[in-house]
Design a protein around this ligand. Structure first.
Ligand SMILES: O=C(O)COP(=O)(O)O
Ligand SMILES: [Mg+2]
Length: 233
């Protein structure tokens, strides 16, 4: 029996919701370039890829604040400076995805789920304006019936609002849905929505093992979800 069968008592979910950064796309290299360009324009030293990797996951506003603070905690950051930095980051990141890669197994798994008539949605904390071009450029356009960016709704993950928003539109209950992500924000949002969560070990979870959040399953490759797919048909 496959991992997906085990999770859904021998059946398939009717809806699979996916996180983007750290789950489908290794996007930190381009995010780090944009962060460092923003910092340079403010006369500050670069943060570098490894530190940016620790700060990704709560959307652009928080990423910029963490970069200004030089830390995950960003309590004391000046509001006016943060707004200026956000504008610089948004400009630097736009159309800047040459270094971003699709993780192994992503396309095959999305293709397979689509063939099985599993509805697909994308729920990311990344600002929505970046999504159409980024998804098209990486061969991911057209898979997702619903796209929710970090500024599409008033709430962001770990708030479960986006999951409820998609499930309502899809006419699918929490028990028939799957969420696939890489960070504690994903696992916490899924748990708050009552949705089974599968986590990828290779993504960005602020430097902590994602297993600590106790998702239903931790995978090293998305294909492990649908291995032995012939059995599922
Ligand atoms: O933009 C971010 O901070 C993270 O985006 P994600 O929700 O797709 O991981
Ligand atoms: Mg992510």
């Amino acid at each position: 029996m496959t991992a997906l069968q085990r999770l859904f008592a021998g059946r398939l979910p009717r809806l699979a919701m996916f996180d983007l950064d750290g789950t489908l796309l290794d996007s930190v290299p381009d995010l780090a370039v944009a962060v460092d360009r923003m910092l340079a324009e403010l006369g500050r030293p670069p943060a570098g890829r490894e530190r940016v990797r620790l700060w990704v996951g709560n959307g652009a506003r928080v990423l910029v604040r963490r970069a200004l603070a030089g830390d995950l905690r960003h309590d004391g950051v000046d509001e006016a400076l943060a707004e200026e930095a956000l504008a610089l980051f948004m400009e630097a990141y736009a159309d800047n995805h040459a270094l971003t890669r699709v993780y192994p197994g992503v396309i095959e798994t999305l293709d397979w789920l689509r063939q099985q008539d599993v509805a697909l949605a994308l729920i990311t904390n990344k600002p929505a304006r970046f999504l159409p071009e980024l998804l098209a450029d990486k061969g991911l356009a057209g898979y997702f019936q619903w796209l929710v960016g970090g500024d599409t709704l008033p709430q962001q993950k770990p708030d479960p609002a986006a999951l409820f928003w998609v499930m309502e539109r899809a006419g699918v209950s929490a028990g028939e849905a799957l969420f696939v992500g890489d960070s504690r924000n994903d696992v916490r949002a899924a748990k708050a929505a009552g949705v089974t969560c599968v986590a990828l070990s290779y993504g960005y979870n602020h430097g902590e093992p994602i297993a600590d959040e106790q998702p239903a399953l931790v995978l090293d490759d998305l294909r492990q979800l649908v291995d032995s797919c012939a059995v599922l048909r």
